[in-house]
Write a protein that binds this ligand. Structure first.
Ligand code: FAD
Length: 431
């Protein structure tokens, strides 16, 4: 191995691989270090991969990547204890080229993506933990690994080491994240016959569906559940802010079992054989939790930079885009032979100008708002279910009587005013 590289990328998730791929493609010598046995071995994702951001890096990837199913329908289930109001969009335009999104299994997908970076010329080293950055005269000049003689030098180091990013923390870029800034998600992969999946989710051969679960899926705690179709498996999971788990004294695996037994979910997963059980943190603090992302000789990308849009469950696309933008900055900085903080700050500017920065900013108060006012999940979703049940049950009562009953259920004038205020506030934080 050479003693010095142009760039070292720490972490072979979507952010790190995207960055290494783009650097290698431009002829920059790059070392990609991964602590897992192989890329993807440590990675967890419900499984929606966004085509556009991947296409920006590897055009035509869907023809060869190990994808599960193109998603043709997205459902949103507002759950109460034994009912659900479900919205959905199904579009046949998503069933054809160029497709929209795909479900993936990260253990397979990350390996394939990393191999593409290797084909471009990146050097991938697995089973190696980066312990710290080497800092000299205030500039990051390399990394220390857990290998014997494990110091490696580079002009620039990219931290793509995921949500905890101990490396960014040790550089003083962020503090320990608070329990209301990170969600803990658990998920299971259940084996099920292909044909059964298609019948249960009303899909034609090869097509996929996602269901996002709100309300009782998390027992009213701020968070979501999900149920996604893969080729011959289902991915089911549930995640809530750590602060919610602590406050409600619920263990993540209890929530997972609760979702699996829920009468709205049970029929979909019946007979599914558990294959894998996974748990992972998700950065959900939003815009205000983004740490410092640039220093002299160092950039931070993906989950390490807390780039997740929890409202739209987008993370992998932000990770890839940030990795790509970091690579573009490094290529330009190499042309100038200037890896100072001022030179690398181009990355922060292009990140904030891209959809990543704009969307993070748009929802900057959303998570904290819904965390502060738990009634959206605890009260309003059950209320919506009661109203639907009332209106759709044909029991001889006139529709006007039913409307009156629903109106009474909402509460007295003060409660109605409070609800109107809550919906106005929700609109303000989402607009
Ligand atoms: P990661 O994927 O976490 O990769 C970091 C890599 O760094 C890992 O491979 C790790 O092993 C390695 N590493 C860490 N420390 C070191 C070290 N010191 N030395 C060497 N290597 C190191 N996003 C979506 O877009 N769609 C979804 O449907 C979706 N669902 C999700 C469901 C769950 C349950 C979870 C947990 C997340 C989900 N996300 C989803 C978010 C998405 O997974 C992340 O945003 C994305 O993986 C971030 O990519 P990354 O490369 O920044 O980090």
């Amino acid at each position: 191995m050479p003693e010095k590289f142009d760039a070292i990328v720490v972490g072979a998730g979507p952010a790190g691989i995207a960055c290494a791929y783009e650097l290698a493609k431009a002829g920059v010598s790059v070392l990609l270090i991964e602590r897992g046995e192989y890329p993807g071995s440590k990675n967890v994702m419900g499984g929606v991969l966004y085509r556009k951001m991947m296409e920006d890096i590897v055009p035509g990837f869907h023809k060869e990547a190990p994808l599960e199913r193109p998603i043709v329908e997205q459902r949103f289930m507002m759950m109460d204890k034994a009912s659900a109001v479900t919205f959905s969009y199904k579009g046949m335009e998503w069933a054809e080229e160029p497709f929209n999104n795909f479900t993936v299994l990260r253990a397979k997908f990350d390996q394939w993506f990393a191999q593409k970076a290797v084909e471009q010329g990146a050097l991938l080293v697995c089973e190696t933990v980066v312990l710290s950055c080497i800092v000299e005269n205030g500039k990051v000049v390399g990394v220390r690994t857990d290998r014997p003689d494990g110091e490696i030098r580079a002009d620039v180091v990219v931290l793509a080491d995921g949500v905890n990013s101990l490396l960014a923390k040790s550089l003083g870029f962020h503090k320990e994240f608070r329990p209301d800034e990170v969600a803990l998600a658990t998920m299971e992969i259940l084996k099920l016959d292909k044909k059964i999946i298609e019948d249960r989710f009303s899909l034609e051969e090869g097509q996929g569906c996602t269901i996002e679960l709100f309300g009782d899926a998390t027992k009213g705690i701020l968070g979501t559940g999900f149920l996604y179709t893969n080729k011959d498996t289902l991915s089911i999971g549930v995640g809530t802010l750590l602060s919610g788990l602590i406050k409600h004294k619920i263990k993540p695996y209890e929530l997972m079992e609760y979702v699996k037994r829920h009468p709205m979910i049970r029929p979909y997963i019946q007979g599914g054989e558990p294959q894998e059980y996974l748990a992972h943190l998700i950065p959900e603090g939003g815009f205000k939790s983004i740490p410092k992302v640039v220093g002299a000789g160092v950039l931070v990308v993906g989950d390490a930079a807390q780039l997740v849009n929890a409202i739209h469950r987008e993370g992998s696309n932000m990770a890839m885009t940030s990795g790509r933008l970091a690579a573009e900055t490094i290529i330009a900085a190499k042309g100038r032979e200037d890896f100072s903080e001022a030179s690398l700050d181009e990355y922060r500017k292009s990140l904030m100008g891209s959809f990543v920065g704009q969307d993070m900013k748009k929802y900057k108060d959303a998570t904290h708002h819904f965390d502060k006012f738990p009634q959206y999940f605890e009260q309003y979703i059950p209320m919506m279910n009661r109203a639907a049940s009332q209106m759709l049950t044909v029991d001889g009562a006139s529709k006007r009587e039913k409307q009156k009953k629903i109106w009474r259920d909402i509460g007295n004038f003060r409660q109605k005013f409070r609800i109107a205020k809550d919906f106005y506030r929700a609109w303000r934080v989402m607009k």
